[in-house]
Design a protein around this ligand. Structure first.
Ligand code: GZL
Length: 358
């Protein structure tokens, strides 16, 4: 009961301080069946258990698996939490419905990793009315700020870093013409929007050609399907493939293998990926992937700190960025500068690989 009173006080404070959010997003989607709710219930329930509802994007990628594991490790019974986890299977209607179910369950806190960045203001208003603080992780919500904090990555910076690395790499290799194919992530996801925008900004500045840019939905199957189509449509025309996550890169490699297209160090095509999950950092070390731009999935520890701040009546930061690294197969580009900030490009050695946490 103590936490409920605290949350209600917070919600009232938030309601008073928040500027009106632009644009009503009328709920047009009828609530669908929610995903299976998996609650990790502590052996001993007590007054000090904090209940957390987590509406996760889905299970589409290795990155997602790491993100989910991070939350399950942190919000465990032994750590004093009861986690109600919903895998929303990349379905926005399921995700909105899952959040509404958390409200009905009366959880203490709600975590959302939003599948898409719009359509959120109505349900976030319902959370606020119910006095349940919302913490957003990873992808962003762009049509409402009725949440306490967001913890994640700057996706545009990831895209810019990719472009700046490619510029430096091409210069070192004497490559004067870039004809790129992009395999985008899920449509409407802020990760897709940011990475696409960042890379295109550099491509436009450098006069590169982006021959095509289609969604592989952040999955291996999607990456393979798009790359098979590219190998047909753009045979012999491209020398760069940008995959917006590791699973798409895996699919693209299969398609290029089948089409007899060589890639990676010494190949005809420069292959770039995002996420930098450990198996794909291994592929960078092996020279299959030329560069990989990390997207850190470990937001849960920071979310736990935010919850503890709220429990203590403190006000957390509104935006908290996680740290990320850039990896390359060769050591010919040692650093790049993005938005005026220089950051090393890490040449992947066995020591670097062994040190990777996920
Ligand atoms: C980005 C995250 C993306 C990953 C993909 O933060 O939302 O979704 O890059 C995942 O692997 O599917």
């Amino acid at each position: 009961m103590k936490r409920k009173l605290l949350a209600l006080t917070l919600a009232l404070a938030m309601g008073l301080s928040l500027a009106a959010c632009g644009g009503d997003t009328a709920e047009t989607t009828a609530p669908a069946e929610t995903g299976a709710v998996e609650a990790t219930t502590p052996a001993e329930t007590g007054d000090d258990v904090i209940t957390v509802g987590f509406a996760q994007v889905g299970h589409e990628s290795d990155w997602r698996t790491a993100s989910t594991k991070s939350a399950q490790d942190v919000f465990s019974a032994e750590n004093g939490y009861e986690l109600a986890f919903v895998d929303c299977d990349n379905d926005s209607a399921t995700q909105l419905s899952a959040v509404r179910n958390f409200i009905q369950q009366g959880v203490d806190y709600i975590i959302i990793d939003p599948i898409v960045s719009t359509g959120w203001d109505a349900v976030l208003t319902e959370c606020e009315d119910a006095g349940i603080p919302v913490i957003v992780i990873d992808r962003t919500i762009d049509d409402s700020d009725k949440y306490v904090s967001w913890v994640g990555s700057d996706f545009k910076v990831e895209g810019l870093a990719c472009g700046e690395w490619l510029k430096a790499y091409a210069a070192d290799k004497g490559i004067t013409e870039i004809n790129a194919l992009v395999i985008e992530g899920s449509v409407g996801a802020s990760a897709t929007i940011g990475r696409t925008e960042g890379f295109k900004e550099i491509a436009d500045r450098e006069g590169w050609t982006i021959l095509d840019s289609q969604s592989g939905d952040f999955t291996e199957a999607g990456g393979q399907e798009v790359m098979e189509s590219y190998c047909q449509s753009y045979a012999g025309q491209f020398n760069v493939v940008i995959c917006q996550n590791d699973n798409e890169a895996a699919g693209a490699m299969t398609a290029m293998d089948n089409a007899g297209v060589t890639y990676g160090v010494g190949g005809d095509v420069i292959l770039v990926s995002f996420d930098a999950n450990k198996p794909y950092v291994q592929m960078v070390m092996d020279g299959k992937i030329n560069a990989n731009f990390e997207c850190n999935p470990m937001a849960a520890p920071t979310v736990a700190e935010i919850i503890q701040q709220l429990e203590a009546g403190e006000t957390p930061e509104k935006e908290i960025y996680v740290t990320e690294s850039w990896f390359a197969a060769e050591d010919n580009v040692t650093s790049i500068t993005v938005n005026g900030e220089e950051q090393p490009v890490i040449h992947v050695t066995q020591e670097v690989l062994d040190a990777r946490p996920y």
